[in-house]
Design a protein. Structure first.
Length: 118
């Protein structure tokens, strides 16, 4: 992902076309790292809620695993997230598997989410 200064949408641009949604609320930094730490734990289930805006195309995103966290800059609040989820989009009858990438700022609780069908 590449990020430019400015609004969240201006900071979030991708070379490949992907389904984009804005994140307008979410967990703190500690919860992100806890989720990543337990991404593959069979006996641990962690709940971290993100508020996502956009068209009504996303009906449901479940079973998300944050598999990678990267500091986006030196602020300690801006992160690039990567992982996997199951999402039911638009007219899908059943949820389908997706990879996701996200930019998320824990200070402002905003960012953007990209979904790519696996």
């Amino acid at each position: 992902m590449t990020y430019d200064k400015g609004s969240t949408l201006e900071r979030c641009s991708m070379k490949e076309k992907k389904l984009l949604r804005n994140i307008i609320g979410g967990p703190d930094k500690e919860m992100l790292f806890v989720c990543c730490q337990h991404a593959y734990g069979d006996s641990v289930s962690i709940t971290a809620k993100f508020k996502i805006t956009g068209e009504a195309a996303i009906a449901q995103i479940v079973d998300a695993q944050i598999c990678g966290i990267e500091h986006e800059d030196g602020s300690g609040h801006s992160f690039n997230l990567r992982g996997y989820c199951t999402a039911k989009l638009g007219s899908d009858v059943v949820p389908e598997p997706y990879k996701f990438e996200a930019y998320y700022n824990t200070a402002t609780n905003d960012g953007c989410l990209y979904l790519v069908r696996r």
